[in-house]
Design a binder for this molecule. Structure first.
Ligand code: AKG
Ligand code: FE2
Length: 321
């Protein structure tokens, strides 16, 4: 047989086998044969590799479900935030009403005229004028320079209480009004500006919360505070504690603060944070201090808050009411 003949024969053999196979496929199958064929087909993978370990499909579904649950839990419990005022923005008045806590109920019969028409928290960047601000800044600067000269606090929070004259000194307080050094700091002119600002803030608080200015009094303490990132030496230095002003200061119904320095410019950290929501669903309302900004809020448990630890620089506030 020539080579060519062999080749033709092999080809014809192959085509005979193929024809046989095709015929077999078209042959009528019994139900049993069909079932066997179906089970063989099912074993051969059509959509990717077969599972490589026992119960792989079940396990992969469990992993996906756990991942989904973690994702949902993270977004449901993540602290949500809103901002009461960014440092860069200037607001005439901005804020919102919050539901009053029961803190006022006991005092309602004794001081009905002090009861707020609603509780809330607000900021205003237009109460204190630029020139007033400059004088107050100078007062605070001279106050804190004399305080530093006198020693100031050993920790990160120094306080000068204008009302009582108490000044942080080491780990204690001294009365600045009994000191010769203090005489040049609080001149009549400076204190007159301080008083004007206080009156304006008082009028704004009275207006916001629907009470008469006649029943609003400046209560102890009214102070300049100077916060930095030094480690605390006493509990007075731990200014970042979560608190309610009514509990901390006792006689407060309303809290007002005047910021003398800028968040992000003079210092970092040190934002004022109101804690709303529940521990499982926290919601923070953040306030960034801005030079000349006045913050006004009701002092009860509806306004639980804290000041973030200052990371760098010096943060100064004047607590005028
Ligand atoms: O400095 C602040 O922003 C808040 C101060 C404060 O919470 C307080 O003195 O009770
Ligand atoms: Fe406070």
């Amino acid at each position: 047989m020539s080579e060519e003949t062999k080749l033709i024969k092999r080809k014809s053999d192959k085509s005979t086998t193929e024809t046989a196979a095709t015929n077999e496929e078209h042959e009528e199958k019994t139900p049993v044969e069909k079932a066997v064929k179906a089970s063989q087909d099912a074993k051969s993978p059509k959509f990717g590799p077969m599972p490589s370990f026992k119960h792989q499909r079940v396990w992969s579904r469990i992993v996906v479900l756990i991942g989904l649950a973690i994702y949902i839990w993270y977004f449901a419990t993540r602290t949500k935030m809103s901002n009461l005022g960014f440092q860069k923005d200037k607001h005439d008045l901005r804020g919102h009403v919050v539901i009053c806590s029961s803190d006022y109920e006991q005092e309602l019969s004794a001081y009905p005229q002090c009861f707020p028409k609603h509780c809330g928290r607000y900021i205003s960047d237009k109460i204190v004028s630029e020139s007033e601000m400059n004088i107050l800044l100078n007062l605070a600067k001279e106050g804190s320079e004399s305080e530093i000269a006198l020693g100031g606090s050993d920790g990160g929070a120094s306080i000068l209480d204008l009302h009582s004259g108490a000044l942080s000194y080491g780990t204690k307080f001294i009365n600045i009004y009994s000191l010769e050094e203090s005489k040049g700091i609080f001149t009549k002119g400076n204190l007159a500006v301080y008083k004007t600002v206080k009156e304006k803030v008082k009028a704004a608080v009275a207006d916001l919360f629907g009470i008469s200015t006649k029943v609003l009094y400046l209560t102890h303490p009214t102070f300049f505070s100077r916060l930095d990132n030094r480690d605390p030496k006493t509990e007075h230095d731990e200014y970042w504690q979560i608190h309610v002003d009514k509990d901390t200061y006792g006689s407060f119904f309303y809290t007002s603060l005047l910021y003398l320095t800028d968040y992000g410019v003079d210092f970092t950290g040190g934002r004022l944070i109101f804690l709303d929501g529940k521990s499982t669903k926290p919601f923070n309302v953040t306030l960034e201090p801005r030079k000349g900004r006045v913050a006004m809020f009701t002092s009860g448990a509806e306004n639980v808050h804290f000041v973030e630890r200052v990371k760098s620089g010096v943060r100064k506030i004047d607590l005028p009411l």
